[in-house]
Design a protein around this ligand. Structure first.
Ligand code: PMP
Length: 355
């Protein structure tokens, strides 16, 4: 820390993204990216748009907003496009929470929530997941606090139902509920239709997972237009051109190819169940998942040793050191042959350990 760093950030523990080592070519199962490239029309759209880069992007992202609104069957005024879904989450934290309006979230969930809270000096109410890392919706009913829930949750992979989300939203009418649906396309049910019925719900989504565009940085929020206007006030006070021209063109092209991405999501879900069965038969405990990752542990090898053993064998997975989850690894689901390589490497690690 330099002597100039503001005292208000002195205690800030910044978010730590998954590692991206360049020392050799790894099978990357550590940051929940898609193993499939974007559809070919995305590259075409981007290269056409490159000729326009001397001009700023549309601060309202109108064409992209229209395409997203149409796909999700909501009004254009209910959509805000952002630089990844991390940005809409930050806008939502900034716009609706403060020292007098704390935010509640699970003890085991997306690691950026406590960082956004700390960055904006927002007090947090941490609600521990129940046994088996289950999120009990009743823990959020009528708590009279702003709430953020990743649904499905990360890194655990499990989801609650839309009926349960509705109960949370309905019972906290004077608070904002953010449902982070980064992984919803891999099998969970979306709460987007509820945004038409409730004025205190924001659903956030991303193009980083099912839509193979993590490197383009594109996300969005869907909510009642009044909430969208408030978040736009934050956007125009920080970064009006938050979605660049290339990303916007890529996003519009990707939405036209929606079927390709939804087919890929189905393949990932199949590979997930395949991997879950294989690991279970090797003695692993694997949490049920509706995402593009699984959360797994074995009594035979510590979480850290498994992570290190896999890394040594050219496979990256995500290990968290937090006490409650340190025995586990979060493993992104890739193509079938990548999962077979993972299983072989794990068999090798177990064999070595059993010697
Ligand atoms: N929410 C959750 C639960 C995530 O795991 C991620 C991925 N790190 C994000 C949001 C943000 O993703 P992005 O900014 O790439 O849209």
């Amino acid at each position: 820390m330099s002597r100039f760093f503001s005292a208000r950030y002195a205690e800030l523990d910044a978010y730590v993204p998954g590692e991206q080592p360049k020392d050799k070519k790894y099978i990357k199962l550590n940051t929940n990216e898609s193993p499939f490239p974007p559809s070919p029309s995305v590259a075409e759209a981007v290269s056409l748009e490159a000729g326009e880069l001397m001009l700023y992007s549309d601060p309202e992202s109108r064409a992209l907003t229209r395409a997203v609104a149409e796909l999700y069957d909501v009004g254009e005024g209910s959509v805000l496009m952002t630089n990844g879904s991390d940005e809409i989450l930050n806008f939502a934290f900034m716009a609706f929470s403060d020292a007098d309006h704390p935010i509640a979230f699970a003890d085991v969930t997306y690691g950026f929530y406590p960082v956004f809270a700390a960055l904006n000096a927002i007090p947090c109410e941490i609600i521990p997941l129940r046994d088996g890392f289950k999120l009990d919706y009743k823990d959020y009913v009528g708590i009279n606090k702003n709430i953020v829930i990743a649904n499905p949750n990360a890194p655990t992979g499990m989801a609650i139902s839309v009926r349960q989300i509705e109960e949370i939203v309905r019972s906290n009418p004077n608070n904002v509920v953010i449902i982070d649906e980064a992984y919803v396309d891999f099998g969970a049910e979306s709460a987007v239709p509820l945004t038409k019925k409730y004025d205190n719900l924001i659903v956030t989504m991303t193009f980083s997972k099912s839509r193979s565009m993590a490197g383009a940085r594109l996300g969005f929020g869907i909510a009642n237009p009044a909430l969208i206007r408030d978040m736009n006030t934050i956007k125009y006070s920080t970064n009006p051109y938050n979605v660049n021209r290339l990303t916007s063109a890529a996003g519009i092209a990707a939405i036209k190819d929606n079927a390709y991405y939804m087919d890929n999501a189905k393949i990932i879900a199949e590979n997930r169940e395949y991997t879950r069965e294989k690991l279970t038969s090797l003695g692993f405990e694997v949490l049920p998942s509706l995402t593009n990752f699984i959360f797994a542990r074995t009594p035979e090898v510590s979480g850290e040793d498994l992570y290190l053993g896999l890394k040594q064998r050219g496979i990256l997975v995500r290990h968290f050191t937090k006490e409650r989850i340190k025995d586990y690894n979060r493993i992104t689901i890739g193509r079938r042959e990548q999962m077979d390589a993972l299983i072989l490497a794990i068999e090798d690690i177990l064999k070595e350990k059993r010697k």
